[in-house]
Design a protein around this ligand. Structure first.
Ligand SMILES: Nc1ncnc2c1ncn2[C@@H]1O[C@H](COP(=O)(O)OP(=O)(O)OP(=O)(O)O)[C@@H](O)[C@H]1O
Ligand SMILES: [Mg+2]
Length: 375
């Protein structure tokens, strides 16, 4: 009996030790997990914000260059504002970097594009090119107001467009909201504005500019759903940089003319092809690489060609688009078909596109030129 008692006591002690060491292990694991969690929390709260904050970029001798007299803020005021920008002010991001909303104390709002730094700050060439882009003003182009000459990054100041991008309006909103906002006339008007902006770049401004990255996320909308072409000239300016390569990969599938993909040489006609794709996107409400085409081994142009071969091209129209007029649809389709022709010679100029669209859109505008005093 005694032997049994001793055995029971020993096994009791053994179980107690086992329990204590198990509890200690669980406790230690919990502590480690807690520390990891705390570490992540601290990183999220401070580490990440610090890395995204613009205070670092504009510290140490940055200055602001303004292109227009109507951007009347002092360099000091702008830099002070830039220092306050962080993740909370981000309104979008793309192949070139991050876009922030920059609200000045007097109520004016701008969009700040922070371009991922891949070489040393802003060099003379870059500054000269920006000055050219900043000198271009047109009713249907997004104004480049100035830039911040920061040693560590490229900060471009644009007009803020409250309607966001056409890409978001077409693809990110719910069906009801889209139907309400983007009826037939609204879509025509957006295409009209985008065509006029691009035609101005191709034919009327000096030097003439090939956009190179026409797509729905580069068509921004103002409060009245008027289109403005954004990011013109940027693709060329940043073409040797990593950021542009990202844009090409991410942004151009479905928009690029076949000869541009082969040769890498952009021309006005490669822009016209992209504009034709944009027209099809606006009419159909589908992205150029929508999964319904990809499943059939096509993109939006291939799909159009398939429908044309069967004389069913009217089926391309978004069923959620209200107020469609068939007579203007036929003309629009005819011009879109020409724009996306695989032979660049068969594509119309943007001037021609504007002429044809103008005969469809019955609200001609007295002056399309940007009036800075109305700003
Ligand atoms: N001037 C602006 N006003 C209002 N929103 C803007 C402005 N510029 C950009 N945005 C928003 O930020 C988003 C990202 O713009 P960004 O130009 O960086 O990328 P993207 O157009 O998608 O691609 P890419 O870098 O090839 O131009 C846009 O889709 C738009 O929603
Ligand atoms: Mg863009």
């Amino acid at each position: 009996m005694k032997g049994n008692d001793a055995g029971t006591k020993r096994s009791g002690k053994y179980s107690a030790r086992l329990l204590i060491s198990a509890l200690a292990t669980v406790g230690a694991l919990l502590l480690v997990a807690l520390m990891c969690f705390w570490g992540c929390f601290l990183y999220k709260k401070f580490g990440k914000t610090d890395s995204q904050s613009l205070a670092v970029d504009v510290g140490g001798g940055a200055s602001v260059v303004m292109f227009h007299a109507d951007f009347h803020y002092s360099s000091k005021d702008v830099i002070k504002k830039l220092e306050t920008l962080n993740d909370e002010h981000i309104i979008g991001s793309g192949g070139f970097g991050t876009v922030y909303k920059l609200a000045m104390d007097d109520g004016n709002v701008f969009a700040l594009k922070r371009i991922v730094k891949t070489n040393e700050g802003l060099d003379r060439f870059f500054e000269r090119e920006l000055e050219i882009l900043g000198s271009i003003k047109h009713r249907y182009l997004v104004n480049l107001r100035g830039y911040c000459n920061s040693p560590s990054s490229k900060l471009l100041i644009y007009d803020y467009l409250p309607g966001g991008s056409l890409d978001d309006a077409l693809h990110e909103f719910g069906i009801a909201e889209k139907a309400e906002q983007l009826d037939w006339d609204a879509r025509l008007n957006i295409l009209m504005g985008a065509a006029k902006g691009l035609a101005y770049l191709h034919h009327d401004c000096s030097p003439r500019i090939i956009h190179r990255d026409i797509k729905s996320s580069n068509i921004l909308l103002d409060g009245n759903l008027e289109a403005r072409v954004s990011d013109f000239g940027l693709a060329k300016l940043l073409e040797d940089e990593e950021s542009h390569i990202t844009t090409i990969v991410a942004g151009t599938f479905g928009y690029l003319a076949p000869e541009y993909m082969q040769s890498g040489r952009a021309t006005e006609r490669t822009d016209v092809f992209s504009f034709g794709v944009l027209m099809l996107e606006v009419l159909s409400g589908k992205r150029p690489t929508d999964s319904s085409f990809i499943e059939k081994g096509l993109n939006i142009v291939g799909w159009l060609n398939f429908l044309v071969a069967e004389n069913r091209q009217r089926e391309i129209v978004d069923p959620h688009c209200e107020g469609m007029r068939e007579e203007s649809l036929d003309t629009l389709l005819a011009i879109a078909i020409q724009c996306v022709s695989s032979n660049p010679e068969d594509r119309p100029t943007m001037h021609r596109v504007v002429q044809v669209l103008e005969s469809e859109v019955m609200t001609p505008c007295p002056s399309d030129f940007y009036d800075s005093s109305s700003d």
